[in-house]
Design a protein around this ligand. Structure first.
Ligand code: NDP
Length: 292
């Protein structure tokens, strides 16, 4: 079932999205604020619209991938009447609240709406492993699932709450930034200590593969978090507080900025002070949420 699709926004991601629809045989109309970005797509058969209004008029399904929700609203709000009765798939990143407000706006104007979160980079678009989360009306997802799957084989509907995909997205991203920041900090220490990244690589690989990934993806660990069970006989709060102290002091001795660890150290120290020294490190979650 092939039908016309319009892609609004031809940034790095929008270009990959439009290319995937063209490749899959969907008649594709594209629009971008800065002109010229659609040229390569035009050569592949895309129709390049002069205005976003023209692009939206060309199809009953629009895929929007812009820099922010602010831009999405700036462009689409004046065209709410024209979009009534159509399907809007918003793959722009933002916050869960922004997604919910946009879904409410769409519902008010009789626009069928899905909010999506792309957990992939542009070269992965169209690949079986490309993970894309969706939230919003399930019936809309079910109807358009084959078309959505053109962008990623791991297309997943999560919830009728349109904010949930971005909650998952931000949870995965904060895991990424935690790991990435640790990686950069590690290399600041190693470099200062005269060790090259290449020399260290096999050990980073072993550490992540055999210890960290199993630790963070252990079903028993997930259950313990859900149950708020912070018992451990492996590695307790005291041990982790001391390890953090060693990293912070060594970084200071090496003249390396380790400020990012201070709040984590403080949370661990607080828990030790409260008498939870024998508990698992995961108990610091209590210091992050309102629950004390
Ligand atoms: P780019 O910066 O490459 O593109 C941004 C797009 O937004 C461009 O089309 C740009 O138009 C448009 N835009 C920005 N401001 C305006 C405006 N005021 N009016 C009209 N158009 C505007 O970003 P990406 O394509 O990489 O990202 C797009 C979305 O996809 C973001 O929300 C991002 O978080 C998400 N995403 C991106 C991933 C990636 O790896 N790239 C991964 C997962 C999600 P112009 O060309 O004229 O500047």
């Amino acid at each position: 079932n092939i039908f016309p699709v319009s892609v609004i926004g031809l940034g790095n991601m929008g270009l990959a999205i439009a290319a995937a629809y063209l490749k899959a045989g969907y008649p594709t109309t594209v629009w971008n604020r800065s002109k010229g970005k659609g040229e390569r797509l035009a050569a592949e058969g895309a129709t390049v619209a002069d205005t976003h209004a023209e692009a939206l008029a060309a199809s009953s399904v629009a895929v929007v991938c812009l820099s922010t929700y602010h831009v999405v609203h700036e462009l689409l709000e004046p065209l709410a009447g024209e979009l009534a009765g159509k399907v809007l798939i918003n793959l722009t990143s933002g916050t869960p609240e922004e997604a919910r407000r946009t879904a409410e706006w769409a519902a008010k104007h009789n626009i069928a709406y899905l909010d999506g979160a792309i957990m992939a980079i542009p070269p992965m678009i169209g690949a079986p492993e490309a993970l894309i989360f969706y939230g919003g009306t399930k019936a809309v997802f079910d109807t358009y699932e084959p078309m959505l799957k053109v962008l990623g084989g791991s297309t997943t509907y999560l919830s009728n709450d349109p904010g949930v995909p971005l909650l998952y997205d931000l949870a995965l991203l904060t895991m990424m930034y935690g790991a990435w920041h640790g990686h950069i900090h590690a290399h600041a220490m190693l470099k200062t200590g005269g060790i090259s990244a290449a020399e260290f690589l096999p050990y980073a690989d072993s550490w992540l593969r055999y210890l960290i990934t199993p630790l963070l993806t252990d079903p028993n660990g997930a259950k313990a978090l859900d149950d708020e069970n912070y018992t451990t006989d492996v590695s307790n709060m005291n041990t982790n507080k001391l390890a953090l102290d060693h990293i912070i002091r060594t970084s200071a001795e090496m003249d390396i900025n380790a400020d990012w660890l201070t709040p984590i150290y403080t949370l661990a120290a607080q828990k030790v002070e409260e008498g939870y020294g024998a508990d698992a490190f995961t108990r610091i979650i209590e210091g992050m949420t309102s629950k004390k």
